[in-house]
Design a protein around this ligand. Structure first.
Ligand SMILES: Cc1cc2nc3c(=O)[nH]c(=O)nc-3n(C[C@H](O)[C@H](O)[C@H](O)COP(=O)(O)OP(=O)(O)OC[C@H]3O[C@@H](n4cnc5c(N)ncnc54)[C@H](O)[C@@H]3O)c2cc1C
Length: 382
């Protein structure tokens, strides 16, 4: 009999956590294989620091091949075909058979959905785009900086607000704050909507205090690369010297081609186990659709991707080895939000709780906690 195989597609926050948890729980005779098209991993919560020059890209980059030291087989290849009927995956020229499959391919930014956006806007949705934005920022001498959320959902619910506040501090440090206007445009009614209106208003207050414009419920429809002007639904126009897009996401094309995406536009999973409608196929992270008890969809965030990944791996181990049934998916955790000037705010607790969680006052302590999280995550994971 060949050794049972747990195959994980994607080695981002969800995939690597699933691989580590499966490896921890399963005997060495079971193979844990993870496939990713990028040989290197990095830590997205640190990308805003890359943009402001507070972090060198190489300090948050790790080689995924290092996972071999932990008994995890890493394959650097592009996944091209998923055939769940025959329990088979093709990645470039290689073929993989699996007993259990975990889909963790993340979500794709839809930059091309808005005319003029891709050729004009910077972004920080990958380490490479964050590095390019950092390089542009070094020569930026002043003007209007527009951060535009191009649609819902987007990656990292605090990203536009954190980035705006870090940039505000960055321009202060360069003694050019008075030469820069910073404006955030978003389709959301309030920042971090899933945390409730009180917390949203607290973030809006922080933005106002720092002189950052906040334009809620705005829909970007096109960008004029020559006039450097953004058009919004309803006809409003706004100029910019530097445009930073926080792009709307959509599910990976390969999953749509494999028929794994349903009417939600995403892969629906059981809230208990993260199993999809197909037996022995699990899904975690940004590509999934789950509704919170407050009716809002689970945000696309690493803290939830990791929790989902642990849940999926534990259910697979339970199915293989038996023992005590694993606990269901839990949505408790901590979200640290940088506010600039060496401080961060925090929300922690159970994000499914009917009572909204309270945003704690920004302090240096939470900023230190974010620094520690970065170091710990990179050390623990690779
Ligand atoms: C700037 C920024 C800051 C953020 N800050 C926070 C934060 O502070 N807290 C928080 O909780 N979340 C944060 N997030 C969100 C968090 O990074 C994501 O929600 C999380 O990474 C999702 O994990 P995932 O495993 O679903 O997808 P990803 O981490 O995106 O991983 C998907 C992987 O699949 C691979 N892949 C895709 N298609 C293929 C293919 N066809 N073949 C092979 N490989 C493929 C990709 O290369 C990638 O490595 C932030 C995101 C950004 C961009």
């Amino acid at each position: 009999m060949p050794e049972p195989v747990v195959l994980i597609l994607g080695c981002g926050a969800g995939g690597v956590t699933a691989a580590r948890e499966a490896r921890r729980l399963l005997p060495a005779s079971h193979r844990v294989i993870v496939i990713d098209r990028d040989a290197d991993a990095s830590f997205p919560p640190s990308y805003p620091w890359v943009v402001t020059g507070e972090r060198r890209p190489e300090s948050i980059r790790r080689h995924r091949a290092q996972l071999a030291r932990r008994g995890i087989e890493f394959v650097n290849a592009d996944v091209r075909q998923i055939d769940v009927a025959n329990r088979y995956v093709r990645a470039e020229s290689r073929e993989f058979r699996y007993d259990y499959l975990i889909l963790a391919l993340g979500a794709q930014p839809a930059m091309e959905a808005i005319p003029g956006l891709a050729e004009t806007a910077h972004g920080l949705h990958t380490l490479e785009t964050a590095e390019r934005l950092a390089a542009t920022l070094r020569y930026f001498s002043g003007g209007r900086v527009m951060l535009a959320v191009t649609g819902l959902p987007f990656k990292g619910p605090s990203v536009p607000y954190e980035t705006a506040m870090l940039l505000e501090h960055h321009f202060h440090s360069r003694r050019m704050r008075q030469k820069v206007e910073i404006a955030v445009y978003t389709p959301e009614a309030l920042p971090l909507e899933f945390l409730g209106s009180e917390n949203g208003e607290a973030i809006t207050g922080l933005l106002a205090h720092k002189g950052i414009e906040f334009h809620a419920e705005t829909t970007l429809v096109s960008v004029d690369p020559v006039r450097r002007e953004a058009s919004f639904a309803g006809g409003a126009l706004s100029p910019f010297q530097l445009l930073i897009a926080v792009p709307q996401l959509r599910s990976p094309a390969i999953l749509r081609e494999a028929g794994l995406v349903d009417e939600t536009g995403w892969v629906s999973v059981s809230p208990r186990s993260m199993e999809t409608a197909i037996e022995d196929v699990f899904a975690v992270g940004d590509l999934t659709y789950l509704r919170l008890p407050n009716g809002l969809p689970l945000p696309k965030a690493g803290i939830f991707a990791e929790r989902q990944a642990q849940t999926a791996a534990r259910h697979i181990a339970f199915r293989i080895k038996g023992g005590a049934p694993p606990p269901p998916f839990e949505t408790d955790g901590r979200m640290l939000i940088e506010v600039g000037a060496g401080a961060a705010a925090v929300v922690e607790g159970d994000f499914s709780s009917p009572q909204p969680l309270a945003l704690k006052q920004p302090s240096i302590v939470w900023h230190m906690a974010k620094l520690a999280l970065e170091r710990y995550w990179l050390w623990r994971t690779y």
